[in-house]
Design a binder for this molecule. Structure first.
Ligand code: SF4
Ligand code: SF4
Length: 111
């Protein structure tokens, strides 16, 4: 699956993330990011006039050990993410506003 960087996963899902502020356990510092809140590593950048999600730890070696790196869907390895496709096409636009979560501090209690 090819992530389209809509940021949905980094906000909506509870996920184990690398966290330098957490206690070290088995040689790694990690915490659980609650569902409905923007990950502390998430920011929004603009490329070619489009706002996309940016993971601040995507390139550190330890990232490869995280659930984020292993996240996948049924389908061809290079197929675009179906959720991300619907969001970037605007079909979920009324449900998901990346900037509101990342920069506005919005939380989704339904997650
Ligand atoms: S660590 Fe990166 S990919 Fe994982 S939830 Fe946070 S911003 Fe998203
Ligand atoms: S929903 Fe898909 S495109 Fe959006 S962040 Fe998750 S994997 Fe990437």
């Amino acid at each position: 699956m090819r992530c389209l960087r809509c940021g949905y996963c980094c906000v909506k899902y509870p996920v184990v993330i690398l966290d330098e502020d957490a206690e070290e356990e088995d040689g790694i510092r990690a915490s659980i990011k609650p569902g409905g809140e923007a990950c502390k590593h998430l920011s929004v950048v603009t490329e070619k006039g489009v706002q996309i999600a940016h993971c601040g730890i995507h390139d550190v070696p330890e990232y490869e050990q995280t659930p984020c790196a292993e996240f996948d869907q049924i389908g061809a390895p290079d197929a675009p993410c179906r959720i991300g496709h619907a969001i970037t096409e605007g079909r979920f636009g009324y449900l998901f506003d990346l900037l509101a979560y990342v920069e506005g501090g919005k939380k989704d209690e339904s997650c």
